[in-house]
Each structure stands twice: as C-alpha cells, then as structure tokens.
Ligand binder design. Structure first.
Ligand code: PLP
Length: 340
C-alpha cells in the first residue's frame, strides 16, 4: 500500500461523510434551490461572523472571483511572490481580471504591514491604482507557516487606512487557527473576503467557500457564473463540506503532531541539510548536494512513500486525514533506512 504524502488533497471521503452525501436533500443551485448548498454557505459564514458565503468548485475559483470583484482591470494587487494566488493559479489575476501585481518578499512566504504600506502606489496617473492586498494563511510555499494575529491585524489597518480590500486565502485557515487559538469570528473580522478549502485537511472530496458581505457575495455569484462555476445538485458535495466542518476540524492537531514527528526524524539524517520549521501539517526539507529533490522522491516512491519535489533541492510532505499513526511509524522507518 502506498503512503501518499504529496498533498492533503489526496484523502478519500470517510464512510460517515459518504453517508451524509448520499442522504443530502438537493435541488438546482443555479436556481438557488439547493437547501444543502444554502446550509453550507450559511453555516460557514456564521462561523466566521461574515454576512454571506458562496460554494465554489475550487479554491482557485474562490480566490480568482475575490480578485475580480475587489479590483478593476489595470488595478494592482499586493501579495507575496510565492502566494498561491500568484504562483499557482496560472496567471489568472492577469488573464481573468486584467490585474497588475506588486510582488513582495518576506520570511517563509509571509508579508508584513510595513512592506505593504511602502508599496501602495501614490495617486499618480503613471501608476496602477493599488486596490487589494492578499495574504495566505497557512502559507503553503513557506512550509505551512502561520501568521501572527498581530501582523494580520496590522496589515488590515494599513488596508483600512488606504481604502484597500483585504483578502485571505484561507485554503488551510483551520490549520492556522489550531495553532494561534484565534477564533473563527476574530479571524473573520479582519478581512473583506475569505476563501476556505474543504478539500484540503478537512477531507471533503471537492469544494471551497468564499465569504464576504452581502453585496460582495451578490457580485461574486455573478462572477462564478461567468467563470463556469455554477453547479446544479451540488448539495451532494456541500453535504461533505458540512460534515467536514462538524467532524474534521478538531483532529487537525493530529496532522500537525505527525508532521512535527516527520520533521524531527528528517532533521537527524545525514543527507538532509535543512528542515523548515514545522508549524502545521506541511514539512519542507532540503537535501544536500549533489542529491536532488527528484532523486529523493524517486527513491521514496520505490519504497511506497509518495512526496513531491518543491524545487531543485526541496521536498514537501503533507499529513492528512488518511495518514495514520501506523503509516507515520512506517514512513519514519523508511526514511531512516534510505541510502544514497
Ligand atoms: C490548494 C490551495 C488553493 C486552492 O486550490 P484548488 O486546488 O484550486 O482548490 C488555494 N490556496 C492555497 C494556499 C492552496 O493550498
């Protein structure tokens, strides 16, 4: 049996989740008639103290819709150069919405309020108007790094003072909240819009929810239609999301502990040069020259452990719902016995 640590998207629905999906009441959601989709949207919005929600097929879509609603063609988004919205969404900010970007640097993929303030364009006809700031929490490319509440609030203040929209890519927001102890409502109060993935650590097969105020979601619903994301009897999928919110949030701490144990085991190996701090469920480690990430992932795959190369020298492992205690022990044994 393979041990799949490529991503927290690889987990399969549990029997309980499948049962919830099978028994969901559904209708045509494009006509606004699916009670389960409506229930998921309302539940998620209430959880974060936001006015409304919109169920979408993917986190890429929720992020891209947010940018489309918050900014107009020719305007600029401030974000980290390694953020998913810029780095992994196939140039969507530009092709979907005609937006310019201002790419910031920052430790482990995280930006700081001072840099945001320093990069807001002045009112000058030569410059694109700055419209929006985006942060990602946890930060995937930063090894699942978690923002401090203070920094998120400080960035929010810069946004408010300058009339900028503030969007959170919260694909793994529940992983972040499990670490900081911040409540979902406190989190919701910071942002104009939030994108939440149900298909990552929460273990649903499909889906993300976009949150914001009534007017934002009204406009977002129209953009979702334009992007081809209006779904019909989507309640079967939304039911999995409701189940995930009810049953799979508390257990994220287990994923974090297992990731930490993997990180500690890797730290002791000769052929590993560095392990990024393990804050949540993502472990990124660097291998020593002349080894490459590809050589290591190839060798791991031969032993039945799947991982992905993140760049030439870095490998990423992600723990999730289907990665058990037994698999953790096996994985640690396997990596300790690898010889190059
Ligand atoms: C997975 C992910 C998304 C959304 O990805 P989809 O595969 O489109 O659902 C967005 N942001 C981050 C940080 C992610 O990890």
């Amino acid at each position: 049996m393979k041990i799949d640590l490529r991503s927290d998207t690889v987990s399969r629905p549990t029997p309980g989740m499948l049962e919830a999906m099978f028994s969901a009441p559904v209708g045509d959601d494009v006509f606004g008639e699916d009670p389960t989709v409506a229930a998921l949207e309302a539940k998620t919005a209430a959880l974060f103290g936001m006015e409304a929600g919109l169920f979408c097929p993917s986190g890429t879509m929720t992020n891209q819709i947010a940018a489309r609603v918050h900014a107009r063609p020719g305007e600029e988004v401030i974000l980290h150069k390694l953020s998913h919205v810029y780095y992994y969404e196939a140039g969507g900010l530009m092709s979907n919405s005609g937006l310019s970007v201002c790419l910031l640097e920052g430790d482990r993929g995280m930006i700081i309020a001072k840099d945001v303030a320093d990069h807001i364009n002045p009112d000058d006809l030569h410059r694109p108007r700055t419209a929006m700031v985006e942060v990602e929490n946890t930060m995937n490319k930063g090894g699942g790094a978690v923002y401090s509440n203070q920094e998120l609030a400080a960035i929010g203040e810069v946004c408010r003072n300058n009339g900028l929209k503030y969007h959170l890519d919260g694909a793994r927001i529940f992983n972040a909240l499990a670490v900081t102890g911040q409540s979902t409502r406190e989190c919701g109060a910071l942002f104009d819009s939030i994108s939440i993935c149900l298909s990552k650590g929460l273990g649903a097969p499909v889906g993300s929810v976009l949150l914001g105020d009534h007017e934002f979601i009204r406009r977002a619903r129209r953009v979702r239609k334009v992007f081809g994301g209006g779904m019909r009897q989507a309640g079967y999928l939304a039911a999995a999301g409701i189940y995930a919110l009810d049953h799979h949030v508390e257990r994220l701490k287990e994923d974090h502990r297992r990731a930490r144990q993997l990180g500690e085991a890797l730290q002791q190996l000769q052929w590993v040069s560095e392990v990024l701090p393990v804050d949540t469920n993502i472990v990124i480690f660097k291998v020593k020259e002349p080894l490459t990430a590809l050589m290591v992932t190839g060798k791991l795959a031969e032993e039945g452990v799947l991982a992905i190369g993140f760049d030439r020298q870095s490998v990423r492992l992600v723990t999730h719902l289907d990665f058990t205690e037994n698999m953790l022990d096996q994985t640690i044994d396997i990596i300790r016995q690898l010889r190059f």
